[in-house]
Design a protein around this ligand. Structure first.
Ligand code: ZN
Length: 295
């Protein structure tokens, strides 16, 4: 029995970590059970061809075998979708270097969207107590940099485990691969704007890393430092990703209201935000909503 369990474990690990090749941006629609799915990426893993797809009406993403009839006439189905509605909303809010994209729900809602950034950090460990507190709230979005996950393997594994065991319902948001930052540089030369040539790598390396770890990348992307310009926003839109801002970055003193996208850091780099979030959770006992349910 022990040998069998070990065998299963090894097989699982091989499947979970099989390297991805031929990772490409793709385009087109497929129909699954009469729902329309936008094709985001195509790739190869274990000699199988796969697609990363998104339901344009629910924003749910998933990975499917590439065995569907692909309809390349996107415009036919695209205009009326929720994805398109959010995309337009994003364009309208893009007027400065910081915080373009979705910042809050545009409709009345009865809860809040909590986003926890995991930027690269030299700190050992992470905000474990805070994450443990979130187990009773379930819905959170984690904005992940590959660099943090590589440097904090045990902590990353713990988060994955919480999701596998359904103790947390995590929406995985890409937060770039390296998250370049130099405190001496102005916004227009900092973060992802520092090296626009590498933009695709900054997106794709983290998406691939998530998939190789058994996670499904969502449609959302959080710009490092929330810093972007019209050029990178256009590049992001061409990859069918939605920029995720925040109207309540707690450590900056921005107070949440119903429908807010709340931003804190779970990497030990911003204890003030975690303290304020703990106070908010304890005093308001808020309902935390799934990011895919934002409207
Ligand atoms: Zn960050």
């Amino acid at each position: 029995m022990k040998k069998f369990v070990l065998f299963l474990y090894l097989i699982f690990n091989i499947i979970a970590h099989a390297e991805i090749t031929n990772y490409k941006a793709n385009s087109g629609f497929i129909k699954i059970n009469s729902n329309n799915f936008l094709i985001l990426r195509s790739f190869k893993q274990d000699n199988q061809n796969y697609l990363l797809v998104a339901n344009v009406d629910t924003l749910e993403t998933k990975i499917v075998k590439n065995s569907f009839l692909i309809d390349t006439n996107i415009s036919k189905l695209f205009n009326s979708t929720l994805f398109n509605m959010l995309n337009k909303y994003n364009i309208q809010t893009q007027n400065s270097y910081q915080n373009s994209g979705l910042k809050n729900s545009s409709q009345n809602c009865d809860g809040y969207f909590l986003t926890v950034d995991m930027c690269p950090s030299n700190k050992y460990g992470f905000e474990k107590e805070f994450f443990e507190k979130l187990l009773e709230y379930k819905n959170i979005a984690i904005c992940l940099t590959k660099k943090w996950a590589i440097q904090h393997k045990n902590e990353f594994e713990w988060l994955k485990k919480m999701q596998q065991e359904k103790k947390l319902n995590i929406t995985w948001v890409n937060h770039s691969t390296n998250h370049f930052y130099d405190k001496t540089l102005p916004f227009e030369k900092n973060f992802l704007l520092h090296d626009k040539e590498n933009f695709l790598n900054e997106i794709f390396e983290t998406e691939k890393f998530m998939i190789e770890n058994g996670l499904i990348p969502s449609l959302f992307f959080r710009f490092p430092g929330l810093v972007s310009d019209s050029e990178v926003i256009d590049k992001l839109k061409a990859l069918y990703l939605l920029p995720l801002g925040a109207n309540s970055w707690l450590a900056k003193g921005e107070k949440p209201t119903l429908g807010s996208i709340i931003l804190v850091h779970g990497n030990l780099n911003e204890p003030k935000g975690i303290k304020l979030c703990n106070q908010f959770l304890d005093s308001v006992r808020p309902k935390l909503l799934k990011l895919n349910d934002i409207r």
